[in-house]
Design a protein around this ligand. Sequence first.
Ligand SMILES: [Zn+2]
Length: 211
Amino acid sequence: MASYQDAIDRIVAGNRVYAQKTTEKDPNAFVELSKGQAPEILWIGCADSRVPETTVCDCQPGELFVHRNIANTVHADDINVASVVEYAVAHLKVKKVVVCGHTKCGGANAALGDADLGVTLNTWLHPVREIRRKNKTELEKLPDDDARAVRIAELNVHQGIEVLKQHPAIKKAMNDHGLSLHGLIYDIGRGQLRLLEEAGAKKSNGLWSPN
Ligand SMILES: [Zn+2]
């Protein structure tokens, strides 16, 4: 890829390359995509630029329905995430819902302290900071802030799943057709996903120890 001074020029040129390569590989690729979508997975992840789910999971457009926000946080009163969940679960009928946190997460890291980030970010991160307060003893035993941020990311994923279990569309889909919920952590430094827990159709795999 040539270097571009302007970031917008860069993405428009990148798109031309993508469209051309995709069509060369499969002349019908875009025709097929334009017919509709039937993703099997709803991915709730962090907005971090280093965790683009379709890329890191080696998926194709159409495979993952996506909601991303700061620190992949699921608030019970957030109509944004709730509407994505309702559409994905009740209308697209995804089979799995994934909440993915990650290492080196700026949101999880910010939740290690109480620095004033501005009213919106302070409000948004409040539940993640509450996780830190509730798990103070466990977190203090960890060797460093990196380890603490990863543990907060794990606990935040677990909490997100607990909130999702209360969503009416998810409750119904779990009962009706075995929708399952899965927690993941993506390790940015290794490029690898780690499964934390499964809830729903399958029982916990034992890797998760809620406290
Ligand atoms: Zn993050």
